[in-house]
Design a protein around this ligand. Structure first.
Ligand code: S3P
Length: 220
């Protein structure tokens, strides 16, 4: 599986060349930000923050409920407050919500916090994951209505279309990431391992435990 994955460091003049305080994972809903980010944090010995969970804890409400009861613009406001409140954090992997990067001030905050990593998973693959996991689909208010489509093939097609459109709108920003991990059919474990290797290779992390943790990967 791992051979199907590519990673690249972006930009002719890389924005970063020294170890960073944090790793910020960006990308579309369902691309694997939380699972890959959590595993990468574990290998690096970093803390892990899922921005949506952080918001849910502070609001004492799920993201879907916030969208349904208070609307998307309210969600974007509190998302922005949450991003701002993370400034100054160190030694964390942060999994962002798929739309958090659109706001220019959020983007600036992420860039100030550390290295940004785009987990570039294809819309077809994300749609496949959501078709086989309805619970996860229902947690995404921007896609949840498609959970009502009982024809699985049609649901897969509609999800792919919706995700392609959303990624298309946001791609210019996603492409600005410091590291792009293009990952089609691999597991969270192989993606996390690939990510940590890339970060070490590019000199973005220098944690004494990371190399050893990669060696011990089988036991993680
Ligand atoms: C959103 C992505 C979600 C969540 C909210 C909006 C988006 O996070 O923040 O439903 O606009 O793409 P995930 O990317 O973790 O699903």
């Amino acid at each position: 599986m791992e051979q199907m994955m590519e990673s690249s460091f972006t930009g002719e003049t890389p924005r970063l060349s020294e170890p960073v305080d944090n790793i910020i994972i960006i990308g579309a809903m369902g691309c694997g930000k939380s699972s890959v980010g959590w595993l990468a944090a574990k290998i690096l010995g970093f803390g892990f923050i899922d921005l949506d969970e952080y918001i849910e804890r502070s609001e004492k409400m799920g993201v879907t409920q916030i969208f349904n009861e208070k609307g998307e613009s309210y969600f974007r406001d509190i998302e922005k407050q949450a991003v701002e409140s993370l400034r100054g954090i160190r030694s964390h992997v942060i999994a962002t919500g798929g739309g958090a990067v659109v706001d220019d001030e959020n983007w600036q905050a992420f860039c100030d916090m550390g290295a940004t990593v785009w987990l570039n998973t294809s819309p077809q693959e994300i749609a496949r994951r959501f078709v086989s996991d309805e619970t996860e689909l229902k947690k995404r208010p921007l896609l949840a209505e498609l959970a009502g489509e009982s024809d699985k093939q049609l649901r897969q097609r509609l999800l792919t279309e919706r995700l392609s459109a959303l990624i298309g709108q946001r791609q210019a920003r996603y492409k600005q990431a410091d590291v792009i991990l293009t990952d089609t059919f691999s597991t969270p474990e192989s993606s996390a391992k690939k990510l940590v290797r890339t970060l070490i290779r590019e000199g973005l992390v220098r944690t004494p435990g990371a190399d050893a943790a990669l060696d011990r990967w089988g036991s993680l």
